[in-house]
Design a protein around this ligand. Structure first.
Ligand code: GLU
Length: 303
């Protein structure tokens, strides 16, 4: 398969959508990002790497970090984890309070904010040095020790994080989180602030693509757990657009409000795409188009 040619063709085909959508501005630091950027990287399980445009520009991975938190928590807690957080698609916005109140503080899944805060809480309770261990795990996955938190982005989100603070309070009220609300929020915002490029993300997600058991920094996942993590990405990875993404693209993955999307074709390749302009549901406009074209052109999707 000539992936390089396919990526270039896709880029030219999606150019008419380059001005569609708006970048996330509820986190002030993200509002400063130039919205007219695009990068893409596809890596095969055998190690071939194909890139297009700004594949090496780092951006705020935001909710993509939730996959790393979930992998760590699954490694620590195993199936017990699902007593604290569900695994059903939410059908509501990632920062919605309504469902959480209705369901008495048990978040629908680990990829909405409430669910990710439960993961954060578990990491705070279980790890001796949560901040260091989280970033060490991400660095090991992507093979680059320079990947880091962006403390300015984390502080900027904290400053305006009224809705996330409300979610954390509701979780605490229902007894779903053990740690102090401030600690949970600060660490949650830090995990979201990590900056990576498409190349680094594609490399990091190879661990979830090749379905071989892994051990990174002492966090181990069996093939079976990796399969289940993929299943949660498929059903819950794209906000309340998981059905649309499954329909159009047909791959498990995760998106973030920084405009990044990572998707996996199990046992074949991982692909990361980034462009800051988002659609109304919070997914990158050009990113979704690019992935839809990728699976259409290659006829490689899980369906
Ligand atoms: N830090 C963001 C928030 O909590 C993450 C949102 C996302 O990327 O979905 O609002």
């Amino acid at each position: 398969m000539d992936y390089q040619r396919i990526l270039e063709d896709i880029y030219h085909e999606i150019l008419p959508f380059a001005k569609e959508g708006i970048q996330a501005d509820y986190i002030p630091a993200l509002a400063k990002v130039n919205p007219d950027q695009f990068g893409m990287c596809l890596q095969t399980v055998s190690g071939a790497v194909y890139t297009c445009r700004q594949a090496d520009t780092r951006f705020s991975i935001q909710s993509i970090s939730k996959v790393f938190s979930l992998a760590m928590c699954l490694s620590i807690r195993g199936e017990e984890l699902w007593k604290r957080v569900g695994k059903e698609p939410s059908g509501t916005a990632f920062n919605s309070l309504v469902q959480l109140e209705f369901e008495k503080g048990i978040p629908r899944n680990p990829f909405i904010n409430a669910g990710a805060m439960v993961l954060t809480d578990i990491l705070l309770s279980e790890l001796e040095h949560p901040e260091e261990q989280f970033i060490a795990f991400v660095r090991a996955l992507c093979g680059n020790d320079e990947v880091d938190y962006n403390m300015e982005v984390a502080a900027s989100e904290r400053e305006k994080g009224y809705l996330n603070a409300a979610i954390a309070n509701l979780l605490k009220y229902h007894g779903t989180i053990e740690n102090d609300i401030e600690h949970v929020l600060n660490f949650y915002f830090m995990t979201c602030s990590v900056e990576m490029s498409c190349r680094e993300l594609a490399q990091a997600f190879i661990a979830f693509t090749n379905h071989s058991p892994f051990d990174y920094c002492g966090f181990r996942l069996s093939s079976s757990r990796i399969k289940r993590l993929n299943a949660v990405m498929q059903t819950c990875g794209f906000y309340d657009e998981a059905g649309e993404f499954t329909y159009l693209v047909g791959l498990p993955g995760k998106s973030g409000v920084g405009g990044g999307i990572v998707a996996i074709y199990p046992q074949r390749y991982s692909v990361a795409v980034w462009s800051p302009r988002l659609n109304i549901k919070g997914n990158s406009v050009m990113g979704m188009k690019a992935l839809e074209l990728l699976t259409t052109r290659t006829q490689e999707s899980i369906f």
